[in-house]
Design a binder for this molecule. Structure first.
Ligand code: GCU
Length: 693
C-alpha cells in the first residue's frame, strides 16, 4: 500500500517514552498470536504491525499458533478459536455479547502472562484491537486488564454530504470530497486510512453521498435534473464503484449505505411516477434493490430526504411518510437492509419547529420494521444550542435515529474552534420523560437493533482531514460518545489529546480546557445564550454561507421587534411547548420556570423583562455577547502558551485560526448587539453599546 501522506490524526502511535510502561507493553505484545480466518483479521494484523511498531519501536512477531515466549503474548481470536482464549475466559459469556462487543483480559496461560482479546464477531476483534492500542497510546497500564465492552447504539453511522462527481461537500469545510467517483472503482490509500480512523472509534456504517441527491437549484430543484448527481449512484454502471468503496469499508466492519432520491423510479428508471402505492413503483424498487445486493452483498440500506428543501417526496403523490418509506423498506427487507427516513420535513408551517412532530408522531406504528426515522437533535437545524426535538420519546412503536452534525455548519466552520461533544452530551442526557422521569434520549436509542445515531460527516481532502485541526476531536469524540454515551466530554477529549499531541500534562490540560470551553463561547457570541439562534447570513440559494452574522435576514427565527425579542412557542403561540411531555411542557410554558438558556426560543419578552437575578433580557444579551468574545481571546491566549510544546506546524495552524476566530467573534458580537440596540433603543449599562462609531 502507498505511504500515508496525510495526517494520521489520533492514530499516530508515537514511541512510548516511559521506560517502565514500554517494557511492560513489550512483554505483553511483542508476540502476537492472531487468528487470520476472516478479512477483518487481516486488518487486526495490519493495525498491530503499524501500531506496535510505532509505540514499541519494533513490529510484533505474528504467529499462527501459541508462541513459545517466556514473557507471554497477545492472543486475538473468536472464543473457541484458540486454546489461550478458550481455556482462560468464559466463552459462553463472550458469545452472548452484543454484535461488535469484545472482551480484553489479562490471564495466565500455561505459566505465562498473556493478554487475550476475544469477541463474538470478527468486527468485535477489530474494535478490541483498537482499544488495546488506545490504552498504550494514552499511557495506560495493560498488565491487569478485565474489560468488557458493548456499544450502546447498534447503528453508529456517518452521513456524508458529499456530492458525487462534483467533488464538493455540502457544508464541508475541509476541501473536496475524499471520494473520487470518476476514478472509482480504482481505490485511493485515503479510503483505507479513513476506514481505519472510523473503525478505531467504533463507527459501523457510512452513507457515502449527500441527502440532497439532486442539488437544489435557484429555480426549483425538482425541475432541474443535474447531469451528474447523487441519485445516479443507483444507476447500474455506478454500482461497481459503490462496491469498490464497500470492499474497503467492510474489512473494517463498516457497512456502506447510499442516499437515494424518492423519485428514483423516474430518475434512474423510466417510470412516469414515483407514487409509493403504484405496483410498478413497488416492483421497480424490488428489482433495483436486488441488483444492488447482487453487487454489494452486505449493503446497509438507504437514507432518504423527502418533501424537504426541494426534494421529491410522498406528499407529491398525496401519500404520507410511512407509505413513502415502506415501499422502499419492503424491497430492502429480504436482504436485511434498512431505510433511514429523515424527519427533516418542513415548509408549510409558520413555525418550522412544530413541523417534524406534526408530520411523524401521528404515524407511529405505521412504519415497516426496517425503517428508522432519523431525527435531528433539535427542531430547527443544528444550531449552537437548541431544545431537544419533541419526537424523541413520542414514537414508541417506531425505530428512531438521532442525527447530529459533526461538521461545523453553524459553529464557525473551519475557522472557529468548537468542540461539539458537550453539545451532544446535552442531547443524549436530556430527560424526555417518555417513560416517566429518567428516560434520557440515550436510553431511548440504546439497545435496539434498528436504532442508532447518524452524524453529518466532517472530512474532506485536506491533508488534516477536517479543515481545522482541532475539529478532529469532533470526529473522534462523535465515535467514542455514541459507542458509550456514559463517557464524559472531558474523558473523550483527554483521550484524543493524548493520542494526538502526546501525554505531556501541561499540553493535555491546556488543550482540554480550550476544547471544554469552546462550545460555551460559541453559544455566547453566536446567540447570546438565552435561546436565540439562526441569525447567520444565508445568501442566495447557490451561495449559502451560514457563517457570517445577518440577523435582519431571519425575523421569523428571533422575533425581534421594538417591544421585545424571542418567539412565542407556548400555547398562546405555535404551541411547540405542548409537544413535550409533562413536566417539560409546563416548565417551558412559563417564563419563570423555562431554563434561561432556552428562554427566547419559547417566549417573546420585552427587552427590559427582568430575569431571575434582576438583569434585563437585553442586558443579559449584551453581557453574553461580550463575554463570548473575551472567552475566545482567552482560548487563543491558552493556545499561545503551547508554542514550543507541540510541533510548530500544528501550533501555527491553530494559532492562525484563532486570530481569525477572534475577529469573527467580534464581528458577530458587534453586528448582533447593534441590531438589538437598533430595535430596543436600550443602551448597555457598561457603556459598550451603542458601539463607538
Ligand atoms: C440544513 C443545511 C442543508 C441541508 C439540510 C438537511 O438546512 O443547511 O445544507 O441540506 O439541513 O439536513 O437536509
Amino acid at each position: 500500500m502507498p505511504i500515508d501522506s496525510y495526517d494520521s490524526c489520533w492514530l499516530r502511535y508515537e514511541p512510548v517514552d516511559d521506560e517502565e510502561l514500554l517494557s511492560s507493553y513489550r512483554d505483553r505484545c511483542e508476540h502476537v498470536y492472531a487468528s487470520d480466518s476472516a478479512p477483518e483479521l487481516g486488518v487486526v494484523r495490519e493495525e498491530l504491525n503499524r501500531g506496535l511498531e510505532g509505540l514499541l519501536g519494533r513490529a510484533p512477531h505474528l504467529w499462527n499458533h501459541p508462541p513459545r515466549s517466556a514473557d507471554g503474548f497477545l492472543a486475538i481470536g473468536l472464543p473457541d478459536e484458540m486454546r489461550p482464549i478458550s481455556e482462560t475466559v468464559d466463552t459462553d459469556a463472550v458469545r452472548s455479547l452484543d454484535e461488535d462487543g469484545y472482551r480484553i483480559r489479562s490471564v495466565t496461560w500455561e505459566g505465562v502472562d498473556c493478554t487475550v482479546i476475544t469477541a463474538p464477531t470478527d468486527s468485535g476483534l477489530v474494535y478490541g484491537t483498537f482499544h488495546l492500542l488506545r490504552l498504550m497510546s494514552t499511557g495506560q497500564p495493560i498488565d491487569d486488564l478485565d474489560i468488557v465492552e458493548e456499544p450502546a447504539n447498534a447503528n453508529r453511522l456517518i452521513n456524508h454530504w458529499d456530492n458525487p462527481f462534483r467533488g464538493k461537500v455540502e457544508r464541508g469545510y475541509a476541501g473536496p470530497s475524499i471520494f473520487d467517483w470518476e476514478r472509482l472503482p480504482d481505490l485511493r490509500q485515503r479510503y483505507f486510512d479513513y476506514a481505519r480512523l472510523l473503525a478505531s472509534v467504533g463507527i459501523n456504517g457510512v452513507v457515502v453521498n449527500n441527502v440532497n441527491t439532486k442539488i437544489p437549484s435557484r429555480e426549483g430543484a425538482n425541475e432541474a435534473v443535474s447531469r451528474r448527481a447523487g441519485w445516479q449512484l443507483l444507476e447500474s454502471d455506478n454500482l461497481e464503484k459503490v462496491e469498490a468503496l464497500a470492499s474497503v469499508f467492510r474489512r473494517y466492519g463498516i457497512k456502506t449505505y447510499l442516499s437515494v432520491n424518492f423519485a428514483s423510479p423516474m430518475l434512474v428508471g423510466d417510470l412516469e411516477t414515483a407514487d409509493p402505492l403504484d405496483a410498478d413503483v413497488e416492483a421497480w424498487w424490488e428489482r433495483k434493490v436486488d441488483e444492488v445486493y447482487e453487487t454489494v452483498p452486505d449493503f446497509g440500506g438507504f437514507v432518504v430526504k423527502a418533501d424537504s428543501e426541494g426534494q421529491t417526496g410522498p406528499y407529491d403523490y398525496d401519500r404520507d411518510h410511512a407509505e413513502g418509506a415502506n415501499v422502499i423498506a419492503r424491497a430492502l427487507e429480504p436482504h436485511g437492509g434498512r431505510v433511514w427516513w429523515r424527519a427533516f420535513v418542513y415548509g408549510s408551517h409558520e413555525d418550522r419547529a412544530v413541523q417534524a412532530y406534526n408530520t411523524f408522531e401521528p404515524l407511529d406504528g405505521e412504519f415497516h420494521d426496517n425503517v428508522t426515522v432519523q431525527i435531528k437533535n433539535g427542531p430547527i437545524d443544528f444550531q449552537p444550542r437548541e431544545p431537544i426535538s419533541t419526537l424523541f420519546g413520542a414514537m414508541p412503536e417506531t425505530d428512531l435515529g438521532c442525527e447530529l452534525q459533526i461538521t461545523q455548519e453553524y459553529t464557525g466552520q473551519n475557522v472557529h474552534a468548537c468542540y461539539h461533544v458537550p453539545q451532544w452530551k446535552e442531547v443524549l442526557e436530556f430527560d424526555t420523560y417518555a417513560d416517566g422521569e429518567g428516560t434520557p434520549v440515550k436510553d431511548l436509542l440504546a439497545d435496539r437493533e434498528g436504532q442508532g445515531i447518524a452524524g453529518v460527516g466532517v472530512v474532506g481532502d485536506d491533508p488534516n482531514w477536517t479543515g481545522h485541526y482541532l475539529a478532529q476531536a469532533n470526529l473522534y469524540g462523535y465515535g467514542r460518545l455514541i459507542w458509550d454515551p456514559d463517557l464524559t466530554s472531558e474523558e473523550i477529549s483527554e483521550e484524543w489529546i493524548r493520542q494526538t499531541f502526546g501525554g505531556d500534562s501541561t499540553v493535555v490540560e491546556t488543550v482540554n480546557e480550550i476544547l471544554m470551553n469552546s462550545w460555551d463561547a460559541s453559544i455566547d457570541y453566536h446567540t447570546g445564550s438565552i435561546g436565540l439562534m439562526h441569525m447567520m447570513y444565508n445568501g442566495s440559494a447557490a451561495l449559502e454561507n451560514h457563517y457570517d452574522p445577518s440577523p435582519e435576514e431571519w425575523p421569523e427565527y428571533h422575533g425581534a421587534s421594538e417591544d421585545g425579542i424571542g418567539l412565542d412557542r407556548t400555547s398562546s403561540g405555535s404551541d411547540y411547548t405542548g409537544q413535550y411531555r409533562e413536566p417539560l411542557a409546563s416548565r417551558y410554558e412559563d417564563p419563570e420556570t423555562c431554563p434561561e438558556e432556552l428562554l427566547l426560543f419559547f417566549h417573546h419578552l420585552p427587552w427590559e423583562h427582568e430575569l431571575a437575578d434582576g438583569t434585563t433580557v437585553v442586558q443579559r444579551l449584551y453581557d453574553n455577547f461580550f463575554a463570548g468574545v473575551e472567552a475566545v481571546k482567552e482560548l487563543r491566549a491558552q493556545w499561545h502558551t503551547l508554542e514550543g510544546e507541540i510541533d510548530d506546524r500544528r501550533y501555527r495552524h491553530v494559532a492562525d485560526r484563532f486570530d481569525e476566530h477572534v475577529l469573527q467573534a467580534e464581528r458577530w458580537r458587534d453586528t448582533i448587539v447593534s441590531f438589538f440596540y437598533d430595535y430596543s433603543g436600550v443602551p448597555d449599562e457598561d457603556g459598550r453599546v451603542p458601539l463607538e462609531a
